[in-house]
Design a protein around this ligand. Structure first.
Ligand code: N7H
Length: 597
């Protein structure tokens, strides 16, 4: 593990190797060797729930970058955006960087060790800390390094890049939100490379970033002359978890990072050595209760993906490098993944004001209306299990806080059964989730119902249900940026308003995953209505949905079904022309395997 301060800055320049290049190598100072303990799974705790996963892929976790499957999960992150100006020099510089690229094996080992220590100490301790780095290339960056290879990536979104896809995503075409004004990724500010640094400690993070910046700014020949290293810095962005009481929450106040796809796949030949622990004794197709297992090819090239035509979500599809029998990326893309980055500014006072005035109009509490817009209360408790009030116990109950679907699948169950206890501290009895086919409990346009409709069937694509929905999943790795907006700001409070989410997500198809979720679900008012209410649309996801249709002036509606006092259903309509989540930068990237690097 990387503990302690890296000895990067101020080191004496290494001697020039005899007969070597004029560069003072190594340009990037090295940490002391790291040793990564790899704790075995706690068999005593999990063996009852582990299943033989003999059919599942063995993932090359030493070759896959660490943020993709394990997730850095750190309090502090910095994103550094680079432009390649001299490909040959850059290649030399990159060689020194590659040993520092964290692998899934390292990050997974750390995360498990961290959790083990926390479980025994019953609190977070600073016993183990790490500083990680990962990187990815945009299509323009790859084209500079391997001009022919780029044509082998068939994902049109990746090849075109985010700036050119921005209009189709519904982004504003002028003013704030339009690529012309993006701080990174707009015209003239597009990056070829993104470096992601993450650490538990802010000083460790800054030291690591400074070490790499030094290698860019201060590269010198042995006799002290400045040396070009082939890259320049386009933009630097810090992110950090919010301070208490908002730790773990995003700027609107909601707990984030609750629901992620579970991953099929093993990390060794041992059939029990699975990446996602199977913790639901009632359902072998899930990790934690409610966490469907998805084939790893949805997120990493070279493994089985979901079978979109399969009858069940555990049907395995083809190799994600050639899902229809024809390669969608070059062979060296194996163990790599596409990375979508969006810098999303959040207008916190604007969102709060909308919720307050609409709640007053409808006679609801602002907390309840906000929960209906997201599908979860601020604590993270899902409305599907607590219809009208926040429930902190439910929010912390990992057996129930993600264990719900919206509609019944064919064989109907009266209610979703509660999972048996997994761990005394996390699992307690919780209220059941009843089927909600009318969107009365969780509106169809609620953020979590739009972005992961679970077993809803859709009207845009009648086949969308429990199975094909799993082909549109994302591994989200975002972190907030900026300081929180005060709960009760003083009258003279002013600030830049520059706060939001650094949205990062991995996948093997930008078109079918990130863009599908944004365009076909969040931005689509017709997804989903009930067949008997054709006139009534679900509306836009009020968090991220965008209406870029010409003439609509970004008008967004949200249908809120409510049961009246007389027990009859009425459909309230919320409407706004304001976006509270505004793109201010971004890019589409590809994170190659460590061997490809
Ligand atoms: Fe969302 N928010 O605070 O309201 N998101 N999101 N998101 N999001 C989720 O389950 C939020 C964004 C997804 O499996 C939660 O982790 C905000 C984009 C998906 O049930 C909350 C922003 C996209 C899920 C938020 C933002 C998505 C999800 C619940 C921007 C993709 C999982 C906590 C500033 C295009 C759904 C959780 C599931 C959850 C919020 C962006 C997608 C609270 C503020 C751009 C797939």
């Amino acid at each position: 593990m990387a503990t302690g301060r890296p000895p990067g800055r101020g080191r004496p320049a290494p001697k020039r190797p005899p007969g070597g290049r004029s560069r003072a190598r190594p340009m990037i100072a090295r940490h002391p060797a790291r040793e990564a303990p790899f704790p075995a799974l706690d068999r005593a705790g999990f063996s009852a729930a582990q299943l033989e996963a003999g059919e599942e892929d063995v993932l090359d976790i030493r070759n896959i970058q660490g943020n993709i499957l394990a997730g850095f999960n750190k309090d502090f992150q910095t994103l550094l955006f680079l432009r390649i100006v001299e490909p040959d020099e850059f290649r030399e510089w990159l060689k020194d960087l590659v040993p520092f690229v964290a692998s899934t094996a390292e990050v997974l080992a750390f995360n498990r060790l961290f959790k083990e220590i926390r479980a025994r100490r019953k609190s977070d301790s600073r016993t183990v800390q790490a500083t990680w780095m990962n990187l990815a290339f945009s299509a323009s960056g790859l084209a500079k390094l391997a001009p022919r290879a780029i044509t082998k990536f068939t994902d049109v979104a990746f090849r075109e890049g985010l700036r050119r896809r921005s209009r189709a995503l519904g982004d504003p075409t002028s003013g704030e939100g339009s690529p012309d004004q993006w701080v990174v990724g707009g015209r003239g500010t597009e990056a070829d490379v993104i470096l992601i640094f993450a650490a538990d400690d802010r000083d460790d993070l800054f030291a690591e970033v400074a070490r790499i910046e030094d290698s860019i700014f201060s590269a010198r020949t042995a006799d002290g002359r400045p040396l070009r290293c082939g890259v320049e810095i386009v933009f630097k962005q810090h992110g950090a978890v919010l301070p208490p009481p908002l730790t773990g929450h995003e700027h609107f106040g909601f707990l984030d990072g609750i629901s992620q796809p579970g991953l099929r796949g093993r990390i060794s030949e041992d059939v029990h050595d699975v990446l996602t622990l199977r913790q639901n004794p009632d359902n072998p197709e899930q990790g934690k209760p409610g966490q469907e297992l998805v084939w790893p090819g949805e997120f990493v090239f070279g493994y089985h993906g979901q079978d979109p035509r399969g009858k069940t979500s555990n049907a395995k599809g083809r190799d994600s490098l050639a899902p229809e029998g024809k390669a969608v990326a070059p062979a060296w893309a194996r163990d790599g993944s596409y990375l979508v980055f969006r810098r999303l500014r959040q207008d916190v006072p604007g969102f709060r004001e909308f919720v307050r005035t609409e709640a007053e109009r409808l006679g609801l509490s602002p907390e309840l209306l906000a929960a209906k817009i997201v599908g979860r209360f601020r604590s993270g408790a899902p409305v599907m299990r607590t219809v009208d009030h926040d429930d902190l116990a439910l929010a912390g109950n990992e057996c129930a806080n993600n264990d719900f679907v919206f509609a019944q699948s064919s064989a109907s169950r009266a209610a979703i059964p509660l999972a048996r206890k997994l761990d005394d501290s996390m699992c307690r009895p919780a209220p059941p989730a009843e089927p909600d086919e009318g969107g009365v409990v969780c509106p169809f346009a609620a953020h979590i119902r739009k972005t992961y409709p679970r077993n809803d069937a859709g009207t845009l694509d009648p086949s969308i249900g429990g199975v094909t929905t799993q082909t549109h999943r994302l591994l989200r790795r975002g972190i907030p940026f900026g300081t929180p907006y005060p709960e009760n700001p003083p009258a003279d409070f002013t600030d830049s308003g520059d706060r939001g989410l650094l949205f990062l997500a991995y996948q093997t198809s930008i078109e079918d995953q990130f863009e599908f979720v944004q365009r076909r679900w969040a931005n689509a008012p017709e997804f989903k209505d009930r067949s008997e209410h054709h006139a009534l649309r679900s509306g836009y996801d009020l968090i991220i949905g965008q209406n870029g249709r010409p003439g609509d002036q970004r008008r967004r509606q949200f249908v809120l079904p409510m049961a009246g006092a007389d027990g009859r259903l009425r459909h309230e309509m919320l409407e706004t022309r304001t976006d509270w989540v505004i793109p201010t930068g971004g890019g589409y990237f590809f994170a190659p395997s460590i061997s490809a690097l």
